[in-house]
Design a protein. Sequence first.
Length: 195
Amino acid sequence: MEKVIDIRPIKKQMRSSCKEARRSMDKVIKANFDKKIQNKLLNLFLIREADVVLTYVSTEIEVKTLDFIEALLKQGKKVGVPKCLNDKGDMDFFLIESLSDLESGFFGVQEPDPQKSKIAETTEKSVCVVPAFLFDEAGFRLGYGKGYYDRFLSKFQGKTVGICYDENICDSLMHGKYDRPVGLIVTEKRIIDLL
């Protein structure tokens, strides 16, 4: 019989280390890396051809997405951002027309107001930009541990692009049977194509 290992304490420790490393990043270096990642994203064929782009709204320790969102909106793209629907891990994406459509939501993250926005309808031509503390070379991620993206991506039919800093790419991460790898990873240094 195969021994089952509880990977939750290991992941929790890894998240804590990653948070600390992100908080201590030099702000000038981080801004430079963020700009490089944004430029790579905007030039991806997948993004240019997408009918809808779903992306997270960044916090201080994440790869910045605010300029990316504004650039997409200026191009006339449909942009959906996430709204946590409850504390059970359910999340949906709602279309926004500007960053002013956002308000403080779950965990203090900027979210759309579902009363003023409509759900982003997606197709196979849609792209979801996925955050993580770490990605491995196979596209699996260490997320925030709440399961929101895991649940959403299990039903999502479009393409997925993970973004993080190059120092946050590792050889291999432990993952569960419900984890879904991303198809591309973009860092400030490279694009890892896993499609």
